[in-house]
Design a protein around this ligand. Sequence first.
Ligand code: AMP
Ligand code: GLY
Length: 420
Amino acid sequence: MKILIIGSGGREHAISMALSKNSNNNMIYAIPGNPGMLEYCECVNIDQLQFDEIISFIKKNSIDLVIIGPEVPICEGLTDIIEDIGVKVFAPNKLASVLESSKKFTKEISFENNIPTGQAKWFIDFVAAEDYLQSLEPPYVIKADGLAAGKGVSICENYDDAIEALKDIFNGRFGKNQSVVIEEFLDGEEISYFAVTDGTNMYPLIGAQDHKRLLNGDFGPNTGGMGAYCPPPLLTKNLENKIISQILEPTLNGLKNRGINYKGVLFAGLMIKDNEPKLIEYNIRFGDPETQALLMLLKSDFTELVMSVVNGDLNSYKLEWHDKKALTVVLANEGYPNQYNQNEEITGIDEAEKNPKIKVFHAGTKIGDGKLIATGGRVLNVTSIDHTIENARGNAYEAIKKIHYKGKIYREDIAWRALG
Ligand code: AMP
Ligand code: GLY
């Protein structure tokens, strides 16, 4: 089968590994991919938002299946235009993608279907938003309604900061005509939970815990994620059942009632308190870096899972996981999530991967003058699988010592909630 992956991060590198693991018959391409993915794929230098060029490539190379990693091409409607030419796509369509691209929409679906979530109101003008804010207590949670690459959320400890955050959004920092969602602050421990659905059937996958803040101890600015482990001990079978029955199933029913057919990955960002889950937000794709840990644990053939989703066969599907734990540490570039250097040579990946329990996924790298260069904010994801989270963490941090580039930064406490 000829499979095209859209994206260039660690998540897409992990997807390319998983597609190659059990199925030797797959010919895999990536647009644009990254140097790490070259071990599994042919990387094609097309921008992931150049939809005309992507369609030409798909036609010319008789691609059978497209897997879209990141949210932006999905929300821009790439699934729809590929399906229009009769090719299968593992990602939701544009209509369904509002579940990620509009925080207001997710709240509406939640309230309509009695899904546990924080209270929220949304506004299109500053005066009404300010008025509502005055009736609340801190911390205030202020969000731009649309996609903002993780930067559209402000959690403000005082009223003045909340007003600044409101002004920022209404002044167009995240695009024109953004509405604002003001939400109740949810206290507790966060979990990312993943399921797949074929439009009719839902298949729960697994949970992971991400580390969104830049610095040890969950301090510093929010990032795309500095590390993850999977599965978190907090996620008991009992909690998982609640997530499925109180959150995922009612969401998919709610979408169906609105005439929305959801197909692909459903990623719930959840706050857990006293063993009760509340929905923070949905994403319409796999998480990054959660997927790097998650796919290491998958025993079944990933290609079969993807085909069951796109063919609507999930009702007869059975997935197996390794009875192990996986953990990934993000190596970033000094300055991330703001300005950072993009020219430093990376060495030592081969040395790190001499341990068979280690896999290094590329997240922001390029080849320049025959050398591997760190170009991204998040550069590499050092991932390990072992019998315990403690061992996986030990392996990952040993491996990190062998990888060198100027400006290498990382958190030293991934999985602290599980291990202390
Ligand atoms: P989001 O982009 O909506 O995932 O928000 C980014 C991060 O902000 C989340 O992962 C949480 O850590 C935090 N966050 C978002 N909404 C809330 C909320 N209502 N209460 C507490 N924390 C939140
Ligand atoms: N790691 C969180 C995300 O992918 O959105």
